[in-house]
Write a protein that binds this ligand. Structure first.
Ligand code: F0G
Length: 457
């Protein structure tokens, strides 16, 4: 396996609560502060010439070193938490494209939109950017068993990276509540797969209590090293944009680890001089699973600081975008910090809006899983509200591949997709259906079917 040859580790872990600010060494595997129970950040003393770094990262694109072929480790100077001799577990993650779409832009009411498509990753989601970092850290700390609680993508990614790195993965998933493609991945990649009869929050509550005592290293986004890997998604985005930040980065929010990682990456790039101004983050939640959105509304209405409230909770989160079906996001405090740092906003979108936006992304020839489509649905809503201007430059993050959840797509196009909420089942009426045409093996019938295609122009 490849080794890291860059600088020695230069940082430490620090509690996010500024009045605590307890620090721990980078050999520590805790995910919470021992004093106050808050999450931890990896903090570095970055001191590099930004232009030299940009050149170095660009030159590495010519290299065949496996670390340079990774869209995470190519930027290793911005995540310098490894020791010189450390091995890297990489499946060539990152290197995902920004895909422009006129079709999606028109739908959102924007002049243009670019999709940073994380579904191009080895296991089909943005989790791979974080998992290469988390599993690499686990390996180098001598941990043998890694675990996570997941709505499906973290588990698929952990299963792959752990197996590739020679570690054992145990994954806990809410029984019957994750997309089929994701469950299949975990089984195929050889993870011990435990389906808990609860939703994500209920599973997390039980599992997170004992996992560490059982000697198992937790790889959820509370793991600060995983966040470091995910941070490189925005670094790569800025590099692709020639270090010209967009006005907005719009992304779906569930457990809020990714929003936290994006904000941290942007703050660090600004401090290092890699970018000259901050893009604004827009976090989009599904209407039935929108604890951060509700918290911010309440804080605004009551004129109080969002951080003065207890952890936000939606007791019975609902959404067909199962990836973001989370009622008690663990990283809510980090996400609030990043919204403040980026002058960001949080919006919520309905099931109908997610479903139609997903179909539009599909029609554009791009495709994504349901949670990812919250980006486009959210951008559209923010444009309609006058918060995003049509001429502003928007990057929407597509977090997962369309093939993760094909049943959702089939149901949408066949008109059978329905939500299950407290008032019972509600059918989603597809605005952009594309039903399969069934014909007998008869030339006349096939000609008739072709005629209807010709009429479409
Ligand atoms: N989009 C997809 C496709 C996801 O899988 C997730 C989270 C999110 C968005 C939200 O990201 O949690 O960092 O705010 N999936 C996690 C999982 C929870 O277990 O796979 P977040």
């Amino acid at each position: 396996m490849p080794r890291v040859s860059s600088d020695r580790p230069s940082g430490h872990l620090r509690c996010i609560e500024t009045s605590c600010a307890a620090t721990y060494s980078l050999d520590d595997t805790r995910s919470e502060c021992a004093n106050c129970g808050n999450l931890l950040d990896v903090i570095y003393e970055h001191a590099a010439d930004p232009e030299a770094l940009k050149r170095l990262w660009r030159e590495r694109k010519m290299s065949l070193d496996p670390r340079d072929l990774s869209g995470v480790w190519r930027f290793r100077e911005i995540i310098p938490f490894l020791r010189e001799q450390d091995q890297v577990v990489t499946l060539r993650e990152g290197n995902t494209p920004i895909i422009e779409s006129k079709h999606a832009a028109a739908y959102a009411g924007l002049d243009s939109i670019g999709f940073k498509h994380q579904g191009f990753n080895p296991t089909g989601s943005f989790k791979d950017n974080g998992m290469t970092a988390g599993v690499t850290k686990a390996l180098n700390l001598g941990r043998k068993i890694v675990a996570c609680v997941s709505t499906g993508n973290t588990s698929a990614s952990l299963a792959a990276y752990a197996s590739y790195g020679g570690l054992h993965a145990v994954i806990f998933i809410p029984a019957g509540q994750i997309a089929a493609g994701k469950l299949a991945q975990s089984l195929e990649y050889g993870a011990i797969t435990i389906q808990v009869e609860a939703n994500f929050d209920g599973t997390w509550k039980v599992v997170s209590q004992f996992v560490e005592q059982a000697g198992v290293y937790l790889m959820n986004s509370v793991n600060p090293y995983r966040i470091e890997g995910q941070k490189t998604i925005v670094v790569e985005t800025m590099e692709r944009l020639n270090w010209e930040p967009p006005d907005w980065i719009v992304l779906p929010g569930g457990n809020l680890g990714n929003s936290s990682a994006f904000g941290k990456g942007l703050r660090e790039m600004l401090a290092m001089g890699l970018i000259k101004r901050m893009p604004r983050l827009a976090i989009i939640q599904a209407e039935g699973s929108a604890p951060l959105y509700h918290l911010l509304n309440k804080a605004r209405a009551e004129g109080r600081a969002p951080l003065s409230y207890p952890a936000p909770i939606v007791a019975d989160p609902r959404t067909l975008a199962t990836a973001i079906k989370i009622g008690a996001p663990v990283s809510w405090r980090k996400a609030l910090r990043e919204l403040e740092a980026t002058n960001g906003v949080c919006e919520s979108v309905s099931e109908q809006e997610i479903a139609d936006a997903k179909a539009v992304i599909g029609q554009a020839g791009i495709g994504c899983e349901p949670a990812s489509a919250a980006s486009l649905a959210g951008a559209r809503k923010l444009v309609a509200a006058g918060i995003i201007k049509p001429s502003e430059r928007v990057i929407g993050v597509l977090t997962g591949n369309m093939l993760k959840d094909p049943m959702y797509s089939l149901a949408y196009h066949e008109g059978t997709l329905s939500t299950h909420d407290a008032d019972g089942d509600r059918r989603i009426v597809p605005r952009f259906p594309n039903r399969p045409v069934v014909v007998p093996p008869d030339p006349a019938a096939i000609m008739k079917a072709l005629e209807s295609v010709r009429q479409r122009g």
